[in-house]
Design a protein around this ligand. Structure first.
Ligand SMILES: [Zn+2]
Length: 184
């Protein structure tokens, strides 16, 4: 697996009401299924990379996170979309409780999650793309050598990034997918 699309999760794939982990609160953002279908037809592979400090803060457990995440992965599978793997950071340097309070190397904008993916799957990061709704997502992607797309869904609406810092600013994942297909 040479090149992949790294996807942030909350605010990029699903609605982010803040530390979301309950399945009843789960909702795909508009056109997410169509976007990922378009890309998987072109043989792009997907990996989710997500900060989950809600675990470290004690808002929900790792099991809660996994249950919610498996739900998303399974919903996507119903439409033939495969997430190769989900990498997540449960830590927080200040608000983490107990073992979760640490200045780790995996919390975006640090690159630990994609480096781990690169090692496990043999990914060429220079040919891969990071898509997210938070400046930390694109900052991380850029540091890792990926192309970066900032989406204006989720937090994206609030924290604008400088268009010079990213390859593309997309209204949503669908616009990001179209850009990728036009620029491959
Ligand atoms: Zn971490």
């Amino acid at each position: 697996m040479k090149k992949v699309i790294f996807l942030d999760r909350d605010g990029t794939i699903n609605e982010d009401s803040g530390f979301v982990y309950k399945i009843e609160d789960f909702k795909f953002l508009p056109k997410v299924i169509d976007s990922l279908k378009l890309l998987s037809k072109e043989n792009f592979k997907f990996i989710i990379v997500t900060n989950q400090s809600g675990i470290g803060r004690g808002y929900y457990t790792e099991e809660d996170f996994l249950r919610f995440n498996n739900h998303i992965v399974n919903e996507l599978l119903k439409d033939g979309i495969k997430i190769e793997k989900t990498y997540y950071c449960p830590h927080h340097p200040e608000h983490g409780v107990g073992e979760y309070k640490m200045d780790c190397t995996c919390r975006k904008p640090k690159t630990g999650l994609v480096i781990k993916a690169k090692e496990e799957f043999g990914i060429n990061l220079l040919e891969s793309i990071m898509i997210g709704d938070h400046p930390g997502d694109v900052e991380m992607g850029k540091k890792a050598g990926c192309k970066t797309i900032y989406v204006l869904t989720g937090h994206g609406k609030r924290h604008e990034v400088d268009s010079k810092e990213v390859n593309f600013i997309a209204k949503d994942l669908y616009e990001a997918a179209k850009w990728i297909l036009n620029n491959k």
